[in-house]
Design a protein around this ligand. Structure first.
Ligand code: F6P
Length: 372
């Protein structure tokens, strides 16, 4: 198979296709807008968008994307192309004789890309979506990936777009919980998303002045969390705020699963650990406790200014990379610069909080308990 550069030298890119897959995320529309504006204004290309992620690729369901279609979408949450986290064309479910069977229908996607006259695909997604992106690159499709997820758990990039917005929403929630915790002398527990990574909890916990941060990367001893809360009481602070990542687990427990979605490529949905932490702390500390599960509020709505800029950089750079023929790569943020890495390197190496890293150390320095 030819590599991206060789393929590019023999062809010219005239039409770009975009798709957004997986869970939605603030900044998706900002990426779409940046791709469309860069493609049209800088390179005079045409752009189409496949709808509902890979399902649109399977059905050949695409729409033209023009300057007009992306007008006004920069601050808007969600994705104008819709998304799906169920449609893996390499393992696509069909019901035959009352039974679900899985088939590889990826070739239909390749045919539909050709039929749509698309020379390069910009695939915006997290781990699952970009795994298929890598697999399409292996089939010879000209793919550039863009790293999306509020969880910030993708390898090779310092930050995914959407993460900053999720942290801001969680921080605001902590600020609001502080005042009610204070008024009622309560322990308020906030459960945040992040799947198996504790980035949202760690960052929001520091920004929102949490007294304890519980993350999957540092299994917690609930007695140690209770001790930290009791120490505060001895200092005259009879309220506490605790942030818990949905993937957190105690030293002798398991992650709490809220749902198993059979037809999803990644069927486990975490959730509910916040209720357990609140109940345990209420018993151990003798203070009333309440849990709030922040859920999809972290994914909805307008992206922060930071995410709008990061999304714009990612989208615009993705088109530049396509025009340079650097296919099979994902755009990345390295320090303050845009860069890229091979999808082969990115996939299967999810990023997690370093328990010995700088941010955890500084959080501990200022007295935040991780229950360890
Ligand atoms: O990956 C993004 C994310 O929001 C995770 O933080 C969360 O665990 C999961 O998706 C929720 O998925 P769903 O939208 O299917 O409930």
């Amino acid at each position: 198979m030819l590599n991206g550069k060789e393929r590019y030298e023999g062809m010219s890119i005239k039409r770009i296709g975009i798709l957004t897959g997986g869970g939605d995320c603030p900044g998706l529309n900002a990426v779409i807008r940046a791709v469309v504006r860069t493609a049209i204004l800088k390179y005079n290309l045409e752009v189409v968008g496949f709808r509902n992620g890979y399902r649109g690729l399977y059905l050949g369901d695409y729409i033209p994307l023009t300057l007009e279609s992306v007008s006004g979408i920069l601050p808007v949450g969600g994705t104008i192309l819709f998304s799906s986290n169920k449609d893996n064309l390499f393992n696509y479910p069909f019901v035959e004789n009352g039974k679900t069977v899985y088939k590889d229908v990826s070739h239909v996607g390749v045919e539909n890309i050709k039929k749509a006259g698309v020379d390069a695909m910009i695939i915006i997604g997290g781990d699952g979506t970009l795994t298929s992106g890598r697999d399409y690159a292996r089939l010879g499709v000209n793919v550039i990936g863009v790293p999306k997820t509020i969880d910030n758990d993708l390898a090779s990039t310092d930050q995914t777009f959407g993460f900053d917005t999720a942290v801001s929403v969680a921080t605001e929630a902590l600020d609001r919980l502080h005042t009610t915790a204070f008024s009622h002398h309560r322990i308020m527990v906030l459960e945040v998303m992040g799947r198996y990574a504790g980035f949202i909890a760690l960052h929001a916990g520091i920004a929102g002045g949490a007294d304890a941060i519980l993350i999957s990367e540092i299994p917690y001893d609930i007695n140690k969390v209770a001790q930290a809360i009791n120490r505060r009481r001895q200092q005259g602070k009879d309220f506490s705020v605790v942030v818990v990542a949905e993937g957190a687990k105690s030293i002798d427990g398991e992650m709490v699963v809220s749902k198993v979605i059979e037809d999803s490529p990644d069927p486990i949905r975490l959730g509910g650990i916040g209720n357990k932490v609140a109940a345990d702390l209420e018993k151990l500390c003798g203070l009333e406790a309440r849990a709030t599960i922040l859920g999809h509020l972290q994914r909805g709505g307008s992206p922060t200014a930071y995410d709008r800029i990061l999304s714009t950089r990612y989208g615009s750079y993705a088109v530049e990379l396509a025009m340079e023929g650097k296919f099979g790569n994902m755009v990345t943020l390295k320090g303050t610069e845009m860069s890229y890495d091979s999808l082969e390197n990115v996939i299967g190496k999810n990023k997690a909080v370093d328990p010995n890293g700088e941010l955890v150390r500084f959080a501990k320095n200022i007295g935040i308990s991780f229950g360890d």
